[in-house]
Design a protein around this ligand. Structure first.
Ligand SMILES: O=C(O)CCC(=O)C(=O)O
Ligand SMILES: [Fe+2]
Length: 294
């Protein structure tokens, strides 16, 4: 051996994904085509698509056990933040404005470097069959696993009493597998396309931050379902998990259209409590794709 470590995947994709129902390995099949068409239609209409029961029931308990085993590495951070993840008052905007409306985010993330190559969650995240399927659903030529060593593969942890308040994502889309649902609360809610590159949609956003329900959709998501979500234009949250509920755990897969993308230093510190040298290096030559607030 030359000192290179080779890790053999302990799981194959077909043990984990219900390929009988969702033949990700057969892109020429009618079932594949139908799944892609359905997801495209959902994404075009409201930026959110759900693939029901993608994960085999037997595999769900493996994913859950992997999250529970790594839960001590979760970075929990309670903060009050605006929908753009900012925590500081901005005197350039009025007081009653989304930029100056701060709500509680009390959830945590299991970071990317907690998952070893070959664990079931990592196998699903990195499966070329899955990235090919997701690219087809998103109508983009190809997808790459987000190269960020902390934010690529994560799990979002909401313990009893916690919530992930209204926000926009920095990435154009996110892919989530709900693994453990709460008995009460912990629901994914979103307002489709509340903003776009030309219009920040501040009035509607303020309505929702003030507790208004106009345009709010509550997603029917069950353990084992995969969700594809365009979170840059759609305000969204995970509602508070009841204090007497079991926790809510979701695996979050981040992908990028370009290879080699790394997250921002400020956001990384906020979500994971630390940064790696890769983050500092990437910060120097960042190119923005639009001028929307982060
Ligand atoms: O846990 C989820 O379902 C999504 C959480 C979320 O919106 C995020 O991580 O940005
Ligand atoms: Fe989000």
């Amino acid at each position: 051996m030359n000192g290179t470590t080779t890790t053999t995947a302990r799981y194959g994709l077909r043990e984990l994904v219900d390929t009988d129902r969702h033949p990700l390995h057969e892109p020429g099949s009618a079932a594949y085509r139908a799944a892609v068409d359905a997801a495209r239609a959902q994404l075009r209409s409201d930026g959110c698509a759900v693939v029901k029961d993608l994960i085999r029931p037997e595999a769900l308990s493996i994913l859950s056990a992997e999250i529970v085993a790594r839960k001590p590495t979760t970075h929990f951070s309670t903060q009050t933040m605006n929908p753009y993840f900012h925590t500081e008052y901005n005197p350039d905007y009025p007081d009653h404005h989304p930029v100056n409306t701060f709500l509680e985010r009390s959830s945590g993330f299991i970071p990317g470097d907690s998952w070893e190559s070959g664990c079931a969650t990592d196998v699903i995240f990195r499966a070329p069959e899955l990235t090919r399927f997701l690219a087809a659903c998103l109508e983009i030529p190809e997808l790459h696993c987000y190269a960020d060593p902390l934010a690529g593969l994560t799990a979002n942890i909401l313990d009893p009493g916690q919530q992930f308040t209204w926000h926009f994502d920095t990435n154009d889309f996110a892919v989530t597998v709900l693994v453990d649902e709460a008995d009460e609360g912990g629901l994914f809610e979103y307002v489709p396309n509340i903003r776009n590159a030309e219009d920040e949609g501040f009035d509607h956003i303020q309505h929702v931050l003030d507790g208004g329900r106009n345009g709010v959709v509550t997603l029917d998501l069950r353990p084992g379902d995969l969700q594809i979500f365009r979170g840059r234009h759609s305000l969204h949250r995970v509602s508070r998990v009841a204090t007497d509920s079991v926790p809510r755990h979701a695996a979050i897969f981040a992908y990028t259209e370009k290879a080699g993308v790394i997250g921002r230093v400020v956001r990384t510190r906020q979500l994971f409590g630390r940064v790696l040298p890769e983050h500092e290096a990437a910060e120097r030559d960042r190119v923005r794709s639009d001028t929307l607030l982060d």
